[in-house]
Design a protein around this ligand. Structure first.
Ligand SMILES: C[S@@+](CC[C@H](N)C(=O)[O-])C[C@H]1O[C@@H](n2cnc3c(N)ncnc32)[C@H](O)[C@@H]1O
Length: 163
């Protein structure tokens, strides 16, 4: 695969996995978390496809497209190792869907980061809640689900907290 192929596979997989998670959690009412705003493309897609649920964004420093910015009350600004524990105090273990795209271009660094952040993410999900990540995560009690047909293996990962 060329770098262009890999980039396209990542984007197609993100959209397919987000759409799958939105469909699986459509009857849940708990909030949705976007971990890593970046340009805001996946946040914009989530905002357009999720109805009736609050979406909270976790981002170290907002630099997204102006169309893709959360309202101040829905932004946890700062390092996720600090803001995720604060959100657990504020919101409890209620998240219906968490999407994480926090990595960069270095696969080893992304894997080390995923190992570190997994225990900070896991307690947030409500029973039946779904987590979608761009990197393999390391959870104790979440089950890994098969990818939707359009997604590419290894480009996206889906997990569910048993109901
Ligand atoms: C790859 S970008 C996300 C791209 C986004 N999915 C999109 O569609 O535009 C990753 C983002 O995660 C943020 N990030 C990385 N590590 C973080 C951390 N420890 N705490 C908070 N934000 C972090 C970066 O600042 C960056 O904006």
């Amino acid at each position: 695969m060329t770098r262009l192929d890999l980039f396209i596979a990542r984007m197609v997989s993100q959209r397919a996995c987000i759409d799958d998670a939105v469909a699986r959690t459509k009857d849940m009412t708990g909030p949705v978390y976007e971990l890593g705003l970046g340009n805001g493309r996946t946040y914009h897609h989530m905002r357009e496809t999720i109805a009736g649920r609050d979406i909270y964004v976790f981002e170290r420093a907002v630099a997204s497209h102006p169309d893709s910015r959360p309202e101040p009350g829905f932004l946890y600004e700062g390092d996720v190792f600090e803001t995720l524990p604060q959100a657990l105090v504020d919101l409890g273990p209620t998240a219906s869907f968490i999407h994480a795209d926090l990595g960069g271009h270095n696969r080893e660094k992304n894997d080390a980061f995923a190992r570190k952040i997994s225990p900070y993410v896991e307690p947030h999900l409500a029973p039946g809640g779904i987590m979608v990540a761009s990197d393999r995560m390391y959870f104790d009690a979440l089950e890994e689900l098969p990818l939707p047909a359009e997604a590419f293996e290894g480009r996206c990962f889906i997990y569910r907290k048993p109901a």
